[in-house]
Design a protein around this ligand. Sequence first.
Ligand code: SIN
Length: 305
Amino acid sequence: MTTPDISIKLAGIPMKNPVMVASGTFGYGPEYAPLVDLAKLGALVVKGISPEPWRGNPTPRTVEVASGLINAIGLQNPGAEGFLRDYLPFLRKFDVPVIVNIWGRTIEGYAAVAARLSQAEGIAALELNVSCPNIKEGSKSFGSNADMFKRVVAATRAVTKLPLIPKLAPDVFRIGEFARIAEAEGADALAITNSVPAMAIDIETRRPKLANVTGGLSGPAIRPIAVRLVWEAAKAVKIPIIGIGGIYSAADALEFFIAGASAVAVGTANFLEPTTALTVADGLRDYLARHKLGSIHELVGTLAC
Ligand code: SIN
């Protein structure tokens, strides 16, 4: 049998394989370039960019817990102009689709950053961050309310021709409803999911371990939640889904494909082993060969139940 084909076209973007690196776990590229061949990634999703630079939350901003990590970075970033000046020229040197995660504190802010980035060469798509649990204004406040969500997707869609990928929160009551709104408002794909609101307490001081008190839990602990969300959303819409949540191995990624994802993104595992996305892609190829499947498409949404 010939080598199985794991290349995909997602939202019109050709990718060598369906394994991306998730926003917030891979910096803006240069941080990982000495460790990973960026051109071998399916796509690179950079940390959230807002219209203006943003300092993020006070420290401590991360804490390890059983089977995961809680972070409350607070979307620190160099702003749209800083990203275009300091990072995009570097990323353009690599043959890899660059997806920019964007956020704003207002609907106008989302539209402004989307419009500005759309003028630049070398951005493959925009991932709409409406699911970060760590800031008071913006992001998740738009992703947890169906009406606000509809407005932010519509406003962003109106100002960009780039593929638009809303990244949905894990703790909405009915993910299918948000998925349908995104599809109706012109989203090209969905990213599911972001970290789960969580907290950890130092029992000696009785103080929260994070300065922000709460944060977002990621890593293997949330994988079964994410797989279920992908499965539910995939039943609700026709646009492709990128499955995200605690993927450390090909076996983990395969659950997402079988549940209905067309691609996946590796997140927290990048902090432990920066080449995880590449080993996941290799493992997908091996699995397809073992199951006599010619392409990854043959696996998507094949859950037997
Ligand atoms: C953060 O910066 O607080 C996390 C990013 C995210 O959840 O999107």
